[in-house]
Design a protein around this ligand. Structure first.
Ligand code: NDP
Length: 306
């Protein structure tokens, strides 16, 4: 009954410290240190090497340290018997909605643009009331971002798979509503999970349905975006710009054309990062639930993919 921590591209030590501080008696191994695979029942993971879980015959739970689980589900060989869980955390959710609001305000008031253009003088700008913000994905993060933008005076609409009712937000759902959702959206924010249905959803065909001059914010996953379609739409001035926090390859390679594009703003996947000190409680709570044969929290429906 041991825990395996697999943390690719993130510092595992902060998780080790947080777990040990909270529950010192947990037997914890950090992949790839030597351990007996038969002992492992609970894996805490971020971007594990594909097919690695095949080696663990007694694995019961694969817990994502983030809100997204695409990094787990994209593995064709995750054991069918294992449950997959994700993090739902108040601070993570707040951080995302604050970040999105900051990007929207930066865009409408030309804050970064004044600096990059190095020209002294006012520029025309849109007021909060003039913008139509459209959020793709009205889950934990999308709904919170929508409410925060609405609270700050923006007209907000959102699009999800199933119907939603959110005070102050116009809601659309399903393929059938997508065109209506897009046609008035001046700032499009992607907060969808990455699934087979949503991969490459930010493409030329979709951008063409937005009004001319629309702006894109992608804080979900790099694989949602067809990169050359974005460049084409920017170069044709159909889109006015984009703020991207996530990329197909991370870190974004230095030679990538996005770095040099004057209308693309880049941040290094920092919109909201799980704080181990906050999330470790729910990871260990689920571990203890597993040991006590109690139902787990934040289970992901593998069939749905998110
Ligand atoms: P949730 O699972 O809570 O919500 C997903 C939303 O997307 C739901 O509203 C769902 O609709 C909707 N959706 C899913 N598939 C479709 C589809 N095919 N068509 C229309 N709508 C769809 O996810 P979270 O809000 O917690 O997180 C969203 C994503 O944000 C994560 O998966 C992750 O990739 C990303 N993320 C990025 C971070 C960053 O730092 N940049 C940090 C954390 C997360 P319905 O409600 O009807 O099911």
């Amino acid at each position: 009954m041991s825990v395996l921590l697999i943390c690719t591209g993130r510092d595992p030590q902060v998780w080790v410290n947080a777990i040990r501080e909270q529950q010192p008696n947990v037997k914890l191994y950090v992949y790839p240190e030597a351990h007996d695979p038969k002992e492992i029942t609970y894996a805490v993971t971020w971007r594990h090497p594909k097919r690695v879980f095949n080696k663990y015959p007694n694995l019961k739970v694969i817990a994502s340290i983030g809100a997204g689980v695409d990094h787990i589900i994209c593995d064709p060989e995750i054991p069918k018997s294992a449950l997959v869980t994700r993090v739902i955390d108040e601070q993570l959710t707040k951080d995302m909605s604050t970040f999105v609001l900051a990007l929207v305000l930066d865009k409408i008031r030309n804050i970064s643009l004044h600096h990059s253009e190095k020209k002294w003088g006012p520029k025309p700008y849109q007021t909060v009331e003039e913008e139509n913000i459209g959020i793709m994905g009205l889950g934990v993060l999308g709904k919170s971002a929508a409410l925060n933008l609405s609270k700050n005076g923006f007209k907000v609409s959102g699009w999800s798979k199933t119907k939603k009712h959110i005070d102050g937000v116009s809601t659309y759902h399903g393929e059938r509503d997508l065109n209506d959702f897009l046609k008035n959206t001046s700032i499009l924010i992607c907060l969808l999970p990455l699934t087979l249905e949503t991969e490459c959803i930010l493409n030329k065909e979709l951008f063409e349905k937005l009004p001319k001059g629309a702006y894109l914010i992608n804080v979900a996953r790099g694989e949602h975006l067809v990169e050359h379609d974005l460049l084409e739409m920017l170069d044709k001035n159909h889109l006015s710009g984009a703020s991207l926090d996530v990329f197909r390859i991370e870190p974004l390679p230095q030679e990538h054309p996005f770095w040099k594009h004057p209308n693309i703003q880049i941040t290094p996947h920092i919109a909201s990062i799980t704080d181990p000190k906050n999330a470790v409680n729910q990871l260990l709570d689920n571990y203890n639930r597993m040991l006590a044969n109690k139902p787990l929290n934040n289970i992901v429906e593998l069939k749905k993919g998110y």
